[in-house]
Design a protein around this ligand. Structure first.
Ligand SMILES: [Zn+2]
Length: 374
């Protein structure tokens, strides 16, 4: 007798090439079996619904109350069937302990953070007040960054740095060089944000190493990965060859339909779909991970591919292969999703509307092998 059985759903797990209709059982906090006619104490009928590995949003900001851009993870998990929130450097060495004690440790859903290379983290991001944490290099202290990352090595998945005119003022590429230096020292990957030049995309990509993440990868002009005629830039192709991870990080200003159409037409898929949900983008155009996934579904990717980019691949990017799969014995987490048909208007960061025919909606979440969704 299993703890929980989800009956009759379409079970999709790209990690094991699985796409089948049947039952999935959970016991003792783990995936226990996939098959037909499974029995359990708690039985949930998910006929007609999608069951996939617990979704992982690789780019979020969930230091609620501690940073102006933070949103609360738990309601987003309930409304969006997300099992793991990877926080993209909301906290830096100066305020990471509060993030851990007040938010991460008590959270019912998993939060795994990148540590910001800048001491105060992303400390002044809001509609009225916007001051970049990399605009003053006195805030970047690599010894403090190394110390806090080592003290929290059980949690921290990498070092976050935001370069660009908004986040770094006139400092150009320097904050990225500093982040890579401390990341090398720690043996961790870097997640690099890119906004308007300086620095240019070319300078950023040239420095990133295998396993480092470029977020906001399908930005609109400037610093877009494709030219106006649709050709993918050479340095972007070269970076893929070297194993750089291309992450969407939709957010408020970092996702363009035109860029994305050009990239997909060239056969260049992102490695990871993520929302960059924060206090501003949660009101649109990003909203949440399922909305960002829906955009890719409506732009032509099939559902197993969208799930691979939102569960399987982000688990790899953070070095947590025990997540993002429904393999028997894996951590007992699953997202249950409805694919709703209709007419839906989606908006990108520059106001372009794409009308799609489908929308993904949350229908349930399994955490620790138990039904968690209300
Ligand atoms: Zn972000």
């Amino acid at each position: 007798m299993h703890d929980l059985v989800l009956k009759g759903g379409r079970i999709i797990d790209p990690a094991q090439g699985l796409d089948t209709v049947g039952d999935i059982a959970f016991s003792a906090g783990k995936v226990a079996a996939i098959g037909q006619d499974l029995h359990g104490q708690d039985i949930r009928d998910v006929g007609g619904r999608i069951v996939c590995p617990g979704l992982i949003d690789l780019h979020t900001h969930v230091y609620w109350g501690g940073t102006s851009l933070g949103v609360a993870a738990e309601p987003l998990a309930r409304s969006g069937a997300v099992a793991t929130f990877v926080d993209a450097g909301s906290a830096g060495p100066g305020n990471f302990h509060g993030f851990r004690k007040h938010v991460i440790d008590p959270s019912p859903v998993r939060i795994l953070p990148y540590l910001n290379v800048s001491f105060p983290g992303i400390y002044a991001f809001s509609k009225p007040v916007m001051v970049g944490e990399c605009a003053d290099l006195r805030l970047l202290d690599l010894r403090e960054c190394r110390r806090v990352a080592r003290e929290n090595a059980d949690l921290i998945v990498g070092i976050k740095v935001r370069v660009g005119k908004v986040a770094g003022g006139d400092n150009g590429i320097m904050p990225l060089d500093m982040a890579i230096e401390v990341a090398e020292e720690l043996g961790l990957p870097v997640m690099a944000h890119l906004d308007n030049p300086p620095p240019a995309r070319k300078e950023v990509l040239a420095r990133l190493r295998k396993g480092d993440v470029l977020t906001h990868c399908f930005r609109p002009f400037p610093n877009a990965p494709a030219r106006a005629d649709g050709r993918v830039r050479e340095e972007v192709l070269e970076a893929r060859e070297r194993g750089i991870v291309f992450d969407i990080g939709h957010g408020g200003g970092s996702f363009g339909f035109a860029t994305t159409r050009a990239m997909l037409a060239a056969g260049f898929l992102p490695d990871v779909i993520s929302s960059d949900v924060h206090a501003v983008s949660i009101e649109g155009p990003a909203f949440d991970l399922l909305t960002t996934m829906s955009k890719f579904l409506c732009l032509g990717l099939d559902l197993p591919t969208v799930i691979r980019l939102s569960a399987t691949n982000p688990a790899k990017a953070i070095g947590r292969p025990e997540l993002g799969t429904l393999t028997v014995g894996a951590i007992g987490e699953a997202s249950v999703i409805d694919v709703v048909k209709g007419r839906f208007d989606y908006v990108d960061s520059i106001g372009e509307i794409h009308t799609g025919d489908r929308r993904l909606l949350a229908a349930g979440l399994v955490l620790n092998g138990r039904w968690w969704h209300p």
